[in-house]
Design a protein around this ligand. Structure first.
Ligand SMILES: Cc1cc2nc3c(=O)[nH]c(=O)nc-3n(C[C@H](O)[C@H](O)[C@H](O)COP(=O)(O)OP(=O)(O)OC[C@H]3O[C@@H](n4cnc5c(N)ncnc54)[C@H](O)[C@@H]3O)c2cc1C
Length: 400
């Protein structure tokens, strides 16, 4: 058993915890410890699609995402790393009846500086050969959107943070936050105490119960999701070239290497309210897709990309999102416990927000000031009825 002391202890070695750690170091915080109960990236971060785009229906959220895009695009030169940032661009396909909504999304994102535009279906088919899009669809394209290997980026952040002096302890499970006289004193782990006046909970769905033990209630719900990698038939002349989101089939896709693609469900379309969450115990749930849902996904994939009629399932897995009622995270500090911070509730979009979150949280932790954008993500918004409306989901279409 060992006792260590830090200025800030971060619980959770995913992209959020590591980004906060890196940004704290950039602001000159001397002693930062990250505690991860398993390996770095063991949670959602290592299993994400790694898509980063800014075409969303809220200028504040688009601005956060553009910050993240800049961070990733300059990561290698800033930190001497060599991650691959794939400049594939983002093709968004909505039902033809949603043309007005699509224009609104483009306008709102443009207000933050996102360079996306509505394109004709013919142009969409040029950008993605083999795409099935006719008069049933309206399309937008964001050329600056990228995809990355999420584990490679998470590990790169860990390396950079460690080089800057962050102490990362994998295999170190936090049992509880130690609080005395309404002031954080550190965290208790199976290998002893980590003392700090500031503790950040960055543990996604697990954070809900950890915060509850400290008297903070957050509206974050576990929601099980499934994904699959599909392979193109080797002799097919077509490949997936773009990040693609298709409201007609409720799928989003991104290329994986030359011959594969990552496919996931547009959960935003499938969830109208918390009653739609597929609630599971985040430590005990079925880790692979149900066959019926996988077959449905494959059928829909071949509707978006008919050349995938000859494709096949490469592998599949399930994971648990940390969902909030408005699908946006909660970044805040406890009202009644001095020094307790939290960043969770990403609802399936935390990879792309994490670089911005790290910077916003680090400034909040060190200077006590929230940027206006961070203010949007306060815990109290739920109680005040100030939920964020930012998505381009077409809820009325349901999960056909
Ligand atoms: C299939 C899938 C696809 C996705 N695609 C995208 C995408 O394309 N773009 C996007 O923006 N987002 C995407 N996401 C969402 C994104 O992956 C998450 O929002 C993001 O990774 C959350 O990061 P995090 O660090 O907050 O949480 P996590 O990565 O889950 O990290 C939390 C960590 O806390 C650790 N932990 C928990 N309890 C303790 C404890 N007691 N002590 C110590 N450590 C503990 C866990 O082991 C875990 O490693 C996707 C998610 C999934 C599942």
């Amino acid at each position: 058993m060992s006792s260590k002391t830090a200025d800030v202890v971060i619980v959770g070695g995913g992209i959020t915890g590591l980004s906060i750690a890196l940004h704290l170091k950039s602001l000159g915080v001397p002693r930062v410890i990250v505690l991860e109960r398993h390996h770095v990236g063991a949670g959602q971060s290592g299993r994400a699609a790694g898509i980063v785009r800014a075409l969303v229906n809220h200028s504040g959220v688009a601005s956060m995402l553009l910050d993240s895009l800049r961070f990733l695009n300059h990561f290698n030169e800033s930190y001497g790393e060599s991650i691959a940032v794939n400049q594939a661009g983002y093709l968004l396909i909505q039902h033809a009846a949603q043309s007005e909504v699509l224009n609104e999304v483009i306008r709102n994102a443009a207000a933050a500086g996102c360079e996306a535009r509505q394109i004709r279906v013919e142009e969409a088919r040029e950008l993605q050969p083999g795409l099935n899009a006719q008069s049933d669809a309206v399309c937008a394209f964001e050329p600056g959107a990228v995809h990355v290997d999420p584990m490679v980026v998470t590990q790169a952040l860990a390396r950079v943070a460690a080089r800057m002096g962050v102490e990362i302890e994998p295999g170190c499970e936090v049992d509880s936050v130690v609080i005395d006289k309404q002031q954080v004193r550190g965290v208790a782990t199976q290998s002893g105490l980590r003392q700090a006046g500031k503790v950040v909970i960055a543990t996604a769905i697990w954070g809900k119960s950890q915060l509850e033990k400290a008297g903070v209630v957050v509206p974050v719900y576990p929601h099980r999701v499934e994904m699959a990698f599909f392979s193109v038939f080797p002799k097919s002349p077509d490949r997936l070239l773009r990040i693609l989101s298709d409201a007609r089939t409720l799928l989003y896709l991104r290329p994986e290497g030359r011959d594969q693609m990552f496919a996931g469900w547009r959960e935003g379309d499938r969830i109208a309210s918390p009653k739609d969450f597929a609630v599971v115990d985040p430590d005990h749930y079925r880790q692979t897709s149900h066959y019926a849902s996988l077959a449905d996904m494959q059928r829909r994939l071949a509707t978006t990309l008919p050349f995938m009629n000859d494709g096949f399932v490469h592998r599949t897995y399930a994971c648990v999102y940390d969902y909030t009622p408005d699908g946006m995270p909660i970044l805040d500090a406890a009202e009644r416990v001095q020094g307790l911070y939290f960043a969770l509730g990403y609802s399936g979009g935390g990879f792309s927000l994490a670089p911005w979150v790290g910077s916003a949280m680090a400034r909040f932790i060190t200077a006590g000031v929230k940027s206006p954008e961070m203010q949007l993500l306060r815990l109290k918004r739920f109680e005040e009825g100030q939920l964020l409306s930012w998505s381009n989901a077409e809820k009325e279409t349901g999960h056909a």
